[in-house]
Design a protein around this ligand. Structure first.
Ligand code: SAH
Ligand code: SF4
Length: 342
């Protein structure tokens, strides 16, 4: 697999584009940035640049560093792209459409993941490497290329965003920049397995995206078994970090829980979760476990999910039970990384 010999531009800000060889005067950087945000797939399309600049940039720089290897479509409207990075690493990115037609990009920030959550396909793979900002931005641009303008972006694909925060920040800076794609920070969600240091870092230094924390369970022993991250990031401290983030960002956080049949859906689990959520301003998002072959978990029945929801609602918690999407193409939460190239 060829390694990258050209400069990759999708992760650069206007001032960085202006500093590329041959890009002058200064305002050319802004022009290129604007084209990139509009989804231009080559320098030749950038009609307001002089031909000699388009030619020289085509020689030295690349608008895309990655390639779509395969596009899969689920009958429910979910689209999954399998993307090959310049060094041959593979990632996946998903487009979800909700019942009101809003489109959300679910992007990856790492190839694989080191966190080792017991119920997750990506966790089974282990970590290959961090993505750079361009590789993150390109996923969004590719999804817009195949599906038109998107409304939201969630860092809920492969990988743990807090373990690659600088690239996530840079990608967000590019996507939210008013001279480019101009996405609002309100439309960006970062989902973490509960890395406390990262939550404080984002709270103190921004950007203040929406924060989702994958709690799964508030039972410390069970959580430690399911999510090894719990060991260095204990639940009481995590709870404080979420409260701090809410206060600093003035945004309501989300607690996510993958529902595992017979494991974290009983009355005792509900009580623990209620206790954890008490005093926090949170929304609770429940995701019935999506099957991953070879993992020792089972899907909860509809009745089991509904009973759990009722228990939380009785305690006046704000709860959503997520509908299953993208499962026919292995594009649902926790299923990413099953490479099905024919
Ligand atoms: N690494 C980040 C973001 C990606 S995982 C995180 O863990 O938050 C996105 C969500 O999918 C997380 O809430 C995770 O707990 C959940 N998840 C993982 N495997 C799952 C599965 N098999 N079924 C349902 N949800 C799953
Ligand atoms: Fe990594 Fe998130 Fe999967 Fe855990 S759930 S292994 S943190 S991708």
């Amino acid at each position: 697999m060829a390694t990258m010999d050209k400069i990759s531009v999708a992760g650069l800000l206007p001032e960085e584009l202006s500093a590329l060889p041959g890009v002058s005067p200064q305002f050319r950087g802004k022009q290129i940035f604007k084209w990139l945000g509009n989804g231009a797939a080559s320098f030749q399309e950038m009609r307001n640049l002089p031909q000699h600049l388009r030619d020289s940039l085509s020689e030295t720089a690349a608008v895309r560093s990655s390639q779509i290897a395969q596009e899969l479509r689920d009958p429910d409207g979910t689209v999954k792209l399998q993307i090959t990075l310049h060094d041959g690493a593979c990632i996946e990115t998903v487009l979800l459409t909700d019942s009101s037609g809003r489109k959300t990009a679910c992007v990856s920030c790492q190839a694989g993941c080191a966190m080792g959550c017991a119920f997750c396909q990506t966790g089974k793979l282990g970590l290959a490497r961090n993505l750079d900002a361009a590789e993150i931005v390109e996923q969004f641009l590719y999804l817009e290329q195949v599906s038109g303008k998107l409304d939201n972006i969630v860092f809920m694909g492969m990988g743990e965003p807090m373990m690659n925060l600088s690239a996530v920040r840079k990608a967000v800076a590019v996507l939210t920049h008013p001279e480019g794609r101009g996405l609002s920070a309100r439309r960006i969600t970062v989902s973490t397995s509960g890395i406390i240091k990262g939550i404080y870092d984002l709270a103190d230094n921004g950007p203040h995206m929406r924060l989702a924390v994958s709690l799964t369970t508030a039972d410390p022993e069970l959580r430690e078994r399911l999510m090894p991250v719990t060991k260095g990031n204990p639940l009481p401290e995590l709870q404080k970090a979420i409260a701090y983030y809410t206060e600093k960002s003035k945004k309501r956080c989300t607690l996510e829980a993958a529902l595992l049949a017979g494991m974290n859906t009983g009355t005792a689990s509900a009580e623990r979760l209620i206790e954890f959520a008490r005093g926090l301003d949170v929304h609770i998002n429940l995701i019935p476990w999506n099957p991953v072959p070879g993992l020792p978990f089972a899907e909860p029945s509809a009745a089991e999910c509904t009973a759990f929801v009722r228990l939380l609602e009785k305690a006046r918690l704000n709860v959503t039970l997520r509908t299953r999407r993208g499962r026919k193409i292995g594009g649902a939460c926790g299923q990413l990384g099953k490479i099905t190239v024919e």
